[in-house]
Design a protein around this ligand. Structure first.
Ligand SMILES: Cc1cc2nc3c(=O)[nH]c(=O)nc-3n(C[C@H](O)[C@H](O)[C@H](O)COP(=O)(O)O)c2cc1C
Length: 304
């Protein structure tokens, strides 16, 4: 018998496969396909303090082995999530991870108060958003800003584990990981999307209305594996690994690099069942390697 459960910052996931924030909405559409209790966890769509309608279209573009998106955090706001979406998600036997973005550290704190009071299992703090006070610079790219947001989130999370989602758009991701560890983060998740651009050669216009967007999908997997591996060596925090996972082997790579659990995102758009096939094939690989628990994969890479 293979034990599929894993521990992520004190939260037990029944299996190591969760769905990535922003690619699963609040689960309603996917619940028509299968019981969401099959998932290790659900990272809900990114929330902001107030509702947002997101960026103008076009905001999704296909690329070789991936997509670019500039959705811009369209969401109904944290209060509507708590009142209408969380009760729906709570019907399923799975862990619910809320994902938050703020314009100021205070906004992160207020959202953490509301969400911890509402009973989410974990809070994922997206620091890839612009800091209004610092002139639009992303929190995730400056050590002191990343630390400040983490501290504020921890102060208001009332014991609910805080997982900080790291941006890959930095020179050295380990520096940011160390900064958020020092500020009290309970876990880190990585990677968020990588900034990219596509141009229509006939119109000479960028394909996305915002000109640039975030790249995700199979194209980013090797970057994600490398960054998880680097972060795993730099900090002692548990890691939720993601970026380009569409098969069991991809998930196993992230776990061998150091992740305790993995998230499936863009692959859901082509196949809503992707998290379940990833889970089953990951389990097969672990069993074939003679493991009794999938958690035994974590950090098992043997570098040259
Ligand atoms: C359409 C779309 C929306 C996303 N929205 C969010 C979000 O709201 N918050 C967040 O932290 N990450 C968001 N992400 C990033 C994903 O959660 C994930 O980190 C990234 O896509 C890499 O994983 P993947 O290659 O499996 O998609 C979004 C990604 C996509 C494609």
């Amino acid at each position: 018998m293979l034990d599929l459960s894993v521990n992520l910052a004190g939260v037990t996931l029944k299996n190591p496969v969760v769905v990535a924030s922003g690619t699963f909405g609040f689960g309603r559409e996917y619940s028509q396909f299968y019981d969401l209790g099959e998932l290790g966890g659900i990272c809900a769509k990114g929330l902001t303090l107030h509702p947002r309608s997101g960026n103008p279209a076009p905001r999704i573009a296909e690329t070789p082995m991936g997509i670019l998106n500039s959705v811009g955090l369209e969401n109904p706001g944290v209060d509507t999530f708590v009142a209408e979406e969380l009760p729906f998600l709570r019907k399923f036997d799975t862990k619910i991870i809320a994902n938050i973005s703020g314009n100021t550290p205070e906004e992160y704190g207020i959202m953490c108060e509301k969400l911890s009071g509402a009973g989410v299992d974990m809070i994922e703090v997206n620091i890839s958003c612009p800091n209004v006070k610092a002139g639009g610079l992303a929190y995730g790219t400056r050590l002191e800003l990343a630390a400040e947001v983490t501290e504020e989130a921890k102060k208001h999370a009332n014991g609910v584990p805080v997982m900080v989602k790291l941006s890959p758009n930095v020179t050295d991701i380990t520096e940011i990981a160390k900064a958020v560890e020092g500020a009290g983060a309970d876990a880190v998740s990585l990677i968020n999307t990588i900034r990219g651009m596509r141009i229509d050669v006939n119109t000479r216009r960028p394909v996305l209305k915002m000109n640039t967007g975030g790249l995700s999908g199979p194209a980013v997997l090797p970057v994600a594996v490398r960054m998880v591996w680097e972060v795993a060596q730099a900090v002692s925090l548990p890691i939720l690994g993601m970026g380009g996972v569409s098969k069991g082997e991809d998930a196993v790579q992230l776990m061998l690099a150091g992740a305790c659990a993995v998230a499936v995102g863009t692959a859901l758009f082509a196949d809503p069942f992707a998290p379940l096939t990833v889970r089953d094939s990951l389990a097969d690989i672990a069993a074939k390697q003679g493991l009794t628990a999938v958690s035994g994969l974590t950090g098992g890479v043997r570098p040259w």
